[in-house]
Ligand binder design. Structure first.
Ligand code: ATP
Ligand code: MG
Length: 252
């Protein structure tokens, strides 16, 4: 039973105008099997939270803690975090020229597990996962994200998650830019992972439509660098109808 605990997390970034605090005391706990939707206005710090947990060097943690099963995540290098069971699907996945999807997945799997996957099962695992996500097998030999459409990049993120089997997955706007069919396919991938590996999920999204496919246990409203309110799925409906006005006035 994995548990990710974020306590009073503060983080800053260096900008041309000086040091700017973006995370201003985030408290959030995610347990195995739980799905937490994070919703909030543009620029409120959702991606920064995702990056801070994953260990992006641009963001300096000034106070607070992040632990995974009691282990200090902030003390770990980026690859130690991955080995510990953290996974981040980025809002804007990066291109990796010269590295094929197939090589990338095998290298990542080897790094995360500490040993190379057994060739025979691995090949069929990859094939099966790609079929489930309705990805053309030809993608395996293409360079990671190079020339991928927006929706293809997002499917590739879910492919990684299904194969790497993290304990806790952070999905940063994995639903953005998906057509209705892709949204369903990607959501099915997330639900499969939940069923098969009991992964805990932080689902950053702007849209309630994905929550029709992936039922969140908790919804958190993220405003001005912290969680302003939390509730159940009904909170997402209210946000859809009312927007963030009531929080923004309170924050300013
Ligand atoms: N490297 C950086 N340099 C300067 N400012 C930054 C940097 N990274 C983040 N910020 C600022 O921090 C704030 C939070 O950004 P972040 O990307 O976390 O927001 P977000 O909630 O994910 O927004 P969106 O919903 O648009 O994805 C923004 O005002 C952004 O401009
Ligand atoms: Mg973002």
């Amino acid at each position: 039973m994995s548990i990710l605990e974020i306590t009073d997390l503060h983080a800053t970034v260096e900008t041309p105008e000086g040091t700017k605090e973006i995370l201003k005391g985030v408290d959030l706990t995610i347990k195995a099997g739980e799905t937490h939707a994070i919703m909030g206005p543009n620029g409120s710090g959702k991606s920064t939270l995702a990056y801070a947990i994953a260990g992006h060097p641009k963001y300096e943690i000034t106070s607070g803690s992040v632990t995974l099963d009691g282990e200090d995540v902030l003390e770990m290098s980026v690859d130690e975090r991955a080995r510990a069971g953290l996974f981040l699907a980025m809002q804007y996945p990066v291109e990796v020229p010269g590295v094929t999807v197939s090589n990338f997945l095998r290298t990542a799997k080897t790094a995360v597990d500490g040993e190379a996957p057994k060739l025979r099962t691995w090949v069929s695992d990859v094939k099966g996962a790609m079929e489930n996500l309705r990805m053309d097998p030809a993608f395996a030999e293409r360079n990671v994200n190079e020339g991928f459409s927006g929706g293809e990049k997002k499917r590739h993120e879910i492919l990684q998650m299904e194969l790497l089997k993290p304990a806790i997955a952070i999905l940063d706007e994995t639903d953005s830019g998906l057509d209705v069919d892709a949204l369903r396919i990607v959501s099915e991938g997330v639900n499969r992972a939940k069923e098969n590996t009991n992964v805990g999920i932080m689902l950053i999204t702007h849209y309630t439509r994905i929550l029709n496919y992936i039922t969140p246990d908790f919804v958190h409203v993220f405003v001005d660098g912290r969680v302003a309110e939390q509730g159940g799925p009904e909170l997402a409906e209210r946000l859809e109808n009312e927007g963030y006005d009531r929080y923004l006035t309170a924050a300013n």
